[in-house]
Design a protein around this ligand. Sequence first.
Ligand code: RB5
Length: 143
Amino acid sequence: MIGIASDHGGYELKQEIMEHLKERGLEYKDYGCYSPESCDYPEYGHKVAHAVADGECEKGILICGTGIGISISANKVKGVRAALCHDCFSAEATRQHNDANILAMGARVVGPGHALKIVDTFLDTPFSNDERHKRRISKIEEV
Ligand code: RB5
C-alpha cells in the first residue's frame, strides 16, 4: 500500500499521480487534501508519515508547492526517511543508499510528466542492502 497526500499546492499533481498508480495496478490510500482549498501542509505530511512509520503503508508520496515544508514535516516522525527529489537520479540513489520510505516533490518545481517518472523510479528501485548503507541509516536515528 502506498500512502499519498498533498496540500493545496500539490493537489492537482496528486490527482495525476493517483491516476498513474491506478493505471499501474498499484494500491494506494489518499490521505488528503481532498480539494484545492488552502490548507496546512504539516497535517498531510504527518498523516502519511505516521501511516508509513506504523506499517499501514509500505511507502509514501507527499506533494506540496515546493516539497520542502511537507518533507520537513514528515521527517519529524521517527522511522521516516522522506526524500525530496526532483530528478530520477536522486530518486534512484535515495532508495539504494538511504532506503527512503517517502518521496516528496514540489508541484511548482517539477512538471507532471517528469514527476511520474520520478515516482516510478522511486517505487521500482530496491534498497541496495549494502552494509555501509545499513550502518549509515541506523546512525540517522542516533540523535
Ligand atoms: C503553500 O503556499 C506552500 O507554502 C506550500 O505548498 C509549500 O511549498 C511549503 O513548503
